[in-house]
Design a protein around this ligand. Structure first.
Ligand SMILES: [Fe+2]
Length: 263
């Protein structure tokens, strides 16, 4: 019988192979929509269930139909969660209070107001409007707007488990910096382009999501088209916990490969 240490060595090899061979792009037009007790219409995008080797995180897209706690039009939303991580360390707990459904006026009247909606100075901020996006001085993309910021602690947010950190703008016929760091997700808000991840090219369009896997896989993003490309960036706090354990997980922000398109 194989001893436990030999099994760990084997597992380590298999982890490397899994990450190397995994998918990188979730196509928005191929989502497997379903109804859940939480949402009238929801689909996983980047998730372990779909073969993405995530660091215990996932990205879900969902829609709230008109009259279901919203207005006259459907609301489309993206949700970044650390549920697989929380569950695997036996620290996750989900409790279903009420199933999704049309407005119940009596239940709505009983629900307390969201006091932190407008960011009282010592509260947790939960909303940020477009005109409040903070233009950063970074030059890694055509422009970077900070939302929850790197580490999820900017602009009044305290989103250290899962954060929608920023919006990148990549100008026509340009490329991002060439770099490596632990896991991050991008969701294509506008335009289309391609990413080089671990030496392979992956095309994507508006509505797709891109997975930069855990580890230190080199990557770079390219906009070969005539219109701006905009990407919403998600990151998960476990990445920073791991970077604290080993300096090999510190972001490398210089060319390691790739970089074409007019160099
Ligand atoms: Fe990156």
């Amino acid at each position: 019988m194989q001893d436990f240490y030999s099994a760990w060595l084997k597992q380590s090899e298999s982890i490397e192979k899994t990450v190397a061979d995994a998918p990188r792009v979730a196509k928005g037009k191929n989502l497997n929509w379903m109804r859940t007790r939480q949402d009238s219409k929801a689909a996983l995008m980047i998730a372990p269930e779909l073969g993405f080797p995530t660091g215990g995180s996932l990205l879900m897209r969902a829609e709230i139909p008109p009259g279901w706690h919203t207005g006259k039009e459907p609301v489309s939303y993206l949700s970044g969660l650390a549920w697989p991580l929380e569950a695997s360390v036996y620290m996750g707990r989900m409790e279903q209070i009420e199933d999704a459904g049309p407005n119940d006026l009596a239940a709505l009247a009983k629900a307390p107001g969201e006091e932190s909606q407008y960011w009282p100075t010592d509260g947790r901020r939960i909303a940020m409007h477009e005109e409040q996006f903070e233009l950063s001085g970074e030059t890694k993309h055509g422009a970077t707007y900070f939302l929850m910021g790197r580490n999820g602690k900017q602009n009044g947010f305290k989103a250290t488990a899962a954060a929608i950190s920023s919006i990148f703008v990549d100008l026509p016929h340009s490329k991002s910096h060439s770099h490596a760091h632990p896991e991050a997700y991008l969701y294509a808000l506008q335009g289309s382009g391609y990413s080089e991840i671990g030496g392979k090219r992956h095309e994507w369009d508006q509505g797709d999501a891109v997975h930069v896997p855990p580890g230190m896989m080199h990557h770079q993003h390219f906009n070969p088209n005539d219109t701006d490309m905009k990407e919403l960036r998600f990151e998960f706090g476990i990445r920073y916990w791991l970077a604290d354990q080993w300096k090999g997980y510190t972001t490398i922000d210089r060319h390691m490969k790739a970089t074409h398109m007019d160099d």
